[in-house]
Design a protein around this ligand. Structure first.
Ligand SMILES: Cc1cc2nc3c(=O)[nH]c(=O)nc-3n(C[C@H](O)[C@H](O)[C@H](O)COP(=O)(O)OP(=O)(O)OC[C@H]3O[C@@H](n4cnc5c(N)ncnc54)[C@H](O)[C@@H]3O)c2cc1C
Length: 468
């Protein structure tokens, strides 16, 4: 097959790839035209990766402003391990990046989050899908080529290590795509069962992807970069994972009302403090423990009719399937095939430990309505008795959204190897490892946008120094 040739090739059609492509197209010197291509493994219409399926909450007070605590929160969420310089540039460039997106027709609002109040967040109207749609339109207008159903396989290197392009597979045939700069924006390794097992241990390979876009990110870009000498970065034992309803067919069917009831495993026993924190503070650890620590890797959130008293509680339930419902706990246990005696015993013990004044219940904040200290595991907030039928049960499994381990980059998106930047190679978004411990809430898209743009501009400066 004849080889193709471009000045800049970007791998991946999500937030990072699209911002890189559009920024590169705009950075090209007046009167010149760099040829830029985005290659995407999915078919047209299925493109957009994780970005397409995200509600796309972004941790900003308005499109022009971040909270003054942003930087310190980014560091504390990782126990001090996240890189200050990386998040500092993110904070400094986020407002300008949002303004740039607005200029490309993306509108923002301040959304209602699930139920719990947390850091301020903005959201593009239409979620991540609007980012994919509007930036694709802008990039097509700017002359960027889009090659769908092209799956990047390996990077092509010159003898001195400079990246000269890549090999992509289309309809079972390999094709060389030559380029002066390659920007990898093709996500983490959440769609690769072998890598999940290797880095998360037994059970990693059976993790369910949270959306159809999630499974496309198989770590190919990470592998390709490592093969050329890129350094690793980020927390290779870290992932973002959320509790979903396994019965649902809609993407990302999260069920986030578990803090207001109890959660039992398949033997009918509680196994965690359901009210340890606001939902975005606990979901990752909670979903991980469902998958890795409970028999059968499936549990049940149990609630009663008091749920209906929580204003707008439906915001926290994205499953299209109604819960199991019964007038008695025994009937409910039969529906979900949990031992009825055990479920009854667990609920009665929990109810007896709900000793606080239920009038203090407030779903939006940590209300301090804690269980009696004798209850093990404790319930630190929202401990109200479950005694008002009907009773509800949602089955929950842990579903992976993205991984944290990736490749090292400098602040301009150049991929770093043992002795500095690898000439001709750039990366942005999930593929870069910059998160440690717990995912900072509502930051993954933001960093894909800011650093995708930085990588696109840097690639143009390197390929065509006159453009700077
Ligand atoms: C359900 C869900 C909810 C989320 N909610 C939020 C949220 O509210 N806020 C937030 O900040 N983050 C959220 N995230 C995370 C966030 O969406 C992603 O981390 C971010 O969009 C990643 O952008 P990206 O461009 O790096 O990767 P992606 O958007 O995943 O794009 C990667 C692209 O690369 C393509 N690709 C992969 N391998 C190859 C290959 N070998 N060759 C060619 N193409 C390839 C894929 O098909 C895909 O199109 C959520 C994620 C999900 C799934």
């Amino acid at each position: 097959m004849k080889s193709l040739s471009f000045d800049i090739v970007i791998v991946g059609h999500g937030a990072a790839g699209l911002t890189a492509a559009q920024a590169a197209a705009e950075a090209t010197a007046l009167g010149r035209r760099l040829s830029i291509a985005v290659i995407e493994r999915a078919a047209k219409g299925k493109h957009g990766g994780n970005t397409r399926f995200t509600p796309c909450y972004m941790r900003m007070e308005t499109p022009g402003r971040l909270s003054p605590e942003f930087l310190s929160e980014m560091i504390s969420v990782s126990g001090g391990r996240n890189d200050v310089a990386y998040f500092d540039r993110l904070a400094r460039e986020a407002p300008d990046t949002m303004g740039w997106l607005q200029a490309h027709g993306i509108e923002f609002h301040t959304p209602d989050y699930y139920l719990s109040v947390g850091p301020a967040r903005i959201q593009p109207i239409g979620g991540g899908e609007s980012i994919v749609r509007e930036l694709t339109r802008a990039a097509e207008t700017a002359g960027v080529h889009f090659l769908y159903e092209h799956e990047a396989q390996t990077l092509i290197r010159a003898a001195d290590g400079t990246i000269m392009g890549l090999v992509a597979r289309q309809s079972g045939r390999d094709q060389d795509i030559l380029a002066d700069a390659v920007i990898l924006a093709c996500g983490g390794f959440q769609g690769n069962s072998g890598m999940l097992e290797e880095h998360f241990g037994l059970g990693g390979s059976s993790l369910v992807p949270i959306s159809p876009g999630t499974r496309l990110n198989t770590g190919a870009g990470i592998r390709m970069a490592l093969e050329t000498g890129a350094s690793r970065s980020g927390d290779w034992q870290g992932m973002h994972i959320e509790p979903i309803d396994p019965r649902a067919c809609n993407p990302a069917p999260v069920v986030l009302v578990y803090p207001y009831g109890i959660v039992v495993d398949q033997t009918g026993e509680r196994f965690c403090d359901e009210g340890a924190g606001l939902v975005h503070e606990t979901w990752e650890q909670f979903a991980r423990s469902i998958h890795f620590d409970t028999p059968g890797r499936q549990v049940y959130a149990i609630l009663d009719s008091r749920l209906n008293e929580i204003k707008d509680f439906g915001r926290a339930i994205r499953s299209e399937v109604p819960p199991y419902e019964a007038q008695t706990l025994v009937q409910l246990a039969q529906l979900i095939q949990v031992p009825p005696d055990e479920l009854e015993r667990t609920v009665l013990a929990y109810n007896a430990a709900c000793v606080g004044d239920p009038k203090r219940f407030n779903a939006s904040v940590k209300d301090g309505l804690a269980s009696d200290p004798a209850l093990v595991p404790a319930k630190s907030n929202w401990a109200r008795a479950l005694d008002r039928p009907p009773f509800y049960a949602w089955p929950l499994v842990g579903a992976i959204a993205y991984t944290f381990g990736g490749i090292a980059t400098d602040l301009d998106g150049r991929v770093l190897g043992a002795v500095g930047a690898i000439p001709g190679l750039y990366a942005a978004g999930e593929i870069t490892g910059h998160f440690h411990g717990t995912a900072p809430n509502a930051v993954s898209v933001l960093r894909a946008l800011v650093y995708g743009r930085a990588a696109g501009r840097c690639a143009v400066r390197d390929v065509d120094p006159d453009s700077a």
